[in-house]
Design a protein around this ligand. Sequence first.
Ligand SMILES: *[C@@H]1O[C@H](CO)[C@@H](O)[C@H](O)[C@H]1NC(C)=O
Ligand SMILES: *[C@@H]1O[C@H](CO)[C@@H](O)[C@H](O)[C@H]1NC(C)=O
Length: 336
Amino acid sequence: MSRRNEFWGLVLLVAVCLLLIAFSQKEEPRYSQALKYEADTYDEADYHPNSSLTASIRDVVRMQQNLVRNALDDYPFPPGQSLNDYTMATGGRPVRTIIVTTWRSGSTFLGDVINAVPGNFYHYEPLLDYGIVQIRGPPHADSAISNLKNLLNCDYSNLQNYLQYGRTHNYLFTHNRRLWGLCDSFPQYCWNSTFLSSVCKVFPFQSMKTVRIRLRLAEELLKDEQLNVKVLLLMRDPRGTLQSRKHRDWCPGQPDCDKPNLVCADMVSDYSAAIQLQKLYPDRFSAFTIDSSTPTMMIDEVKVKKSPDIKPLPLALALATRVASCTFITLATSNF
Ligand SMILES: *[C@@H]1O[C@H](CO)[C@@H](O)[C@H](O)[C@H]1NC(C)=O
Ligand SMILES: *[C@@H]1O[C@H](CO)[C@@H](O)[C@H](O)[C@H]1NC(C)=O
């Protein structure tokens, strides 16, 4: 009996080690090099330097629209449909996806995987200007949800705080490499709301990831039939998450980030919201968990619709194991 326990203890130790190794890598992904050569990314070298000063917003938007057209030339849209049915610029409705998760959960990786699809416009961390906080309800919930909806609708006209923050924190846009290529060459338009609204509308795929709202609030997005957004909850083992956060300079001292009991309470709340949303929106809500075997497993799950033999873990079971770890952490770290 005790030998058996020893065995499982060892297995657990190895698993935890693998997890730590997997997530101690820097956020900057290695594959970004490979992604750089994709055809729909604007490359400064292609454009005459004189014209970048004189080009109007319309010129730039039209040029980007052509890049997207070329990149999706042979994209397998559903029968009878074309790119025009998917871009707002042509009266279509884009495919919208939002990843809901929390800090240090592997979402930068998953976000980049989704952004690798040609014709994708990536709203990276749109709630950065709220600081290191979790939005669970008032006072920030309404404005946060409204900002997310505006972005998913390419409406930048009421996003002054967001744009103001971005001017001094470029990483708000750098992950959106298709947009950032344009910003590089046409800096005069980069933070201009008219430009952003127009250029956003030529992209048929709109993705977003946020670590700052809890899943219960995301129901507001799912409810919006016109938006037709898909919500993915990404949940990582909280032990890995908390460990990884210790090494970030922005986390320690911020209760929503470094207090295990708050992290776990959020997780439990996400778990019950997930069970609910899966019933209400089986086609538009799904959850992903990640483990030491992360990269392959996540990519497989992203592609799950295309390969029927790969199945995600049963949701309730997968999430419950995360929540169980959390309960353990709360007990182990609570003050007596
Ligand atoms: C680019 O602009 C500069 C300065 O206005 C001008 O001297 C030059 O001839 C222009 N080059 C071309 C190719 O138009
Ligand atoms: C955006 O750029 C256009 C054209 O240069 C300009 O007319 C407009 O005032 C700018 N809008 C904002 C919000 O800066």
